[in-house]
Design a protein around this ligand. Structure first.
Ligand code: ADP
Length: 183
């Protein structure tokens, strides 16, 4: 095993199912730039967390404006078992020519930076942008895994990262890629 892969040993996990059910320090939401709630995983997270989280999002947007693609903000987690929700804004897929890859990597990296700043030991990501934002799933999985691995190799916190996949295509993609990494 190379040194770089050894630095990841035991730190990555694939879970299939509903991210709102995870007993973990922080879950990441695939939010929109207005942090206004929506469908998909965003809707599921706000429905489970309750209105206090949406109100916290409203206050953040009132104070600092919208959250552009590639960025993230952190709130409490309301009624969820997690302690924090990190609202990450991924890009809408427009064909790949308008910096979607950089923005998707940025959404993962910004989330991890917030996790480090807040002492988050364990964090779960959904497959950001691969639902109604239509980012191609294979390319998105490659970016998600590469960005998380790069970050973990230079940061001890968060110690543990979960990729929470909800649809069969993403589960298969992540299973294959994480197995190939040998982590
Ligand atoms: P985006 O707007 O970023 O594309 P979506 O919520 O539409 O966000 O989809 C992102 C991913 O979240 C999709 O791969 C979808 O399968 C997944 N997803 C939907 N509901 C849940 C859930 N409850 N837990 C985890 N992942 C979910």
């Amino acid at each position: 095993m190379s040194n770089s892969v050894a630095g990841l040993a035991g730190r990555l996990e694939l879970v299939s199912g509903d991210i709102t059910r995870l007993q973990i320090d922080a879950i990441v939401n695939a939010a929109n730039a207005q942090l206004a709630g929506g469908g998909g995983v965003d809707g599921a997270i706000h429905a489970a967390a309750g209105p206090a989280v949406l109100e916290e999002c409203r206050r953040i947007v009132a104070a600092q404006g919208i959250c552009p693609a590639g960025n993230a903000v952190i709130t409490g987690a309301g009624r969820l078992p997690a302690r924090h929700i990190i609202h990450a804004v991924g890009p809408i897929w427009h064909g790949g020519g308008v910096h979607e890859a950089e923005q998707l990597a940025g959404a993962y990296r910004s989330s991890l930076q917030l996790a480090t700043e807040h002492g988050v030991k364990s964090i779960a990501f959904p497959n950001i942008s691969t639902g109604v934002y239509h980012y191609p799933k294979q390319a998105a999985a490659n970016i998600a895994i590469a960005t998380v691995c790069d970050y973990l190799l230079t940061h001890a916190v968060p110690g543990h990262v979960v990729f929470c996949c909800h649809d069969a295509e993403n589960i298969a993609l992540y299973r294959e890629r994480l197995a190939a990494l040998g982590t």
